[in-house]
Design a protein. Structure first.
Length: 319
């Protein structure tokens, strides 16, 4: 039986919202700043995304809607209130006045954004592709057909095949740089920053792609620990231990989302004690492979490890 939130009866799929535009450089910072400007005002959602905002961003209405979508999906802004929108702790940490990386120059920021998009089930294609697709290679049409079948099997209403096709196209453009073409306009040639992670590569045959599994040299310990705690808080928040199986293979877990092999996961877990100063420990006692925690599982605890990955960059700037 398939596991995970996509297979719960209460799940509501999402195959749209991005207006077919993949995430672009600068968008998260622009959306964050716009929300920060109006934060604290009553019912500020309209003020954030009205015609004045469109004029300030200097792009069309559909592109503003896309920027808003990506900022919410990346969890740098939050719109869970009735008619309000606010910045998040993650957003302020990255893009605020004293943000760690307002211009997205550090790979840790890209890994954090990738984690937000793919570790939670809200973006159906993103979550399914990383957590449920069973093979290493795929073709564009294969993803479309499998997602279409999933939608029918789960009896998701109002999911059109065209919508899935557009979502899959946007998903691929989020992670795979377009081949140079004289027909592509300047704006369309701008790639998604997540292409830098190299998680998906185009392969020889037309519309063929490959998930790049294996060690991730630019994924820092701080981001991995953040992801581990964040996943733990949703997977089994009351448990004092988390199994190796869950970390490596559970849908939405670090092993799946970061495309790590079991050996890569084991290597990451082996240094947890040092990376967290004993807050998290790897244990193989009595044949049980698991992580043991000595801290409360919370967003605050998870975020506290993120700055670790930026210290080298801060040190270089200070020099």
């Amino acid at each position: 039986m398939s596991r995970g939130p996509l297979y719960q009866d209460s799940y509501s799929p999402q195959f749209s919202g991005h207006e077919t535009f993949p995430l672009r450089y600068g968008w998260l910072k622009k959306a964050f700043d716009r929300v920060a400007e109006t934060e604290g005002e009553d019912s500020n959602r309209t003020a954030c995304w009205d015609d004045d905002a469109i004029a300030r961003f200097g792009v069309g209405k559909n592109m503003v809607a896309s920027m808003r979508h990506w900022a919410r999906a990346a969890r740098v802004i939050d719109e869970t209130g009735t008619n309000s929108v606010q910045t998040t702790e993650l957003g302020r940490m990255l893009f605020g006045a004293k943000g760690l990386d307002p211009y997205m120059e550090h790979p840790a920021t890209l890994w954090l954004i990738h984690w937000q998009l793919t570790s939670r089930p809200e973006k159906t294609t993103w979550f399914w592709a990383f957590s449920h697709y069973p093979a290493i290679t795929f073709e564009r049409e294969t993803l479309v057909k499998r997602l279409d079948r999933l939608a029918k099997d789960r009896a998701w209403s109002r999911v059109a095949n065209t919508t899935i096709k557009n979502d899959v196209a946007c998903f691929i453009r989020t992670y795979v740089a377009r081949q140079p073409s004289g027909k592509v306009g300047h704006d369309d040639a701008l790639e998604s920053p997540l292409t830098e992670l190299g998680l998906i590569k185009a392969i020889g045959k037309k519309d063929g792609f490959r998930f790049v599994r294996g060690p991730k040299s630019t994924l820092g310990d701080g981001t991995f620990v953040y992801a581990l705690i964040d996943f733990w808080s949703r997977h089994s928040p009351n448990a004092a231990t988390l199994s190796f199986e869950a970390v490596a293979h559970a849908p939405g877990g670090p092993g799946r989302v970061f495309l790590l092999d079991e050996n890569d996961v084991a290597d990451r877990l082996a240094v947890l004690d040092d990376a967290t100063r004993g807050a998290l420990k790897w244990s193989e006692t009595a044949g049980l492979k698991q992580v043991v925690r000595n801290i409360d599982i919370s967003e605050e605890a998870a975020l506290s490890y993120v700055p670790m990955d930026y210290r080298e960059l801060v040190g270089k700037e200070a020099a």
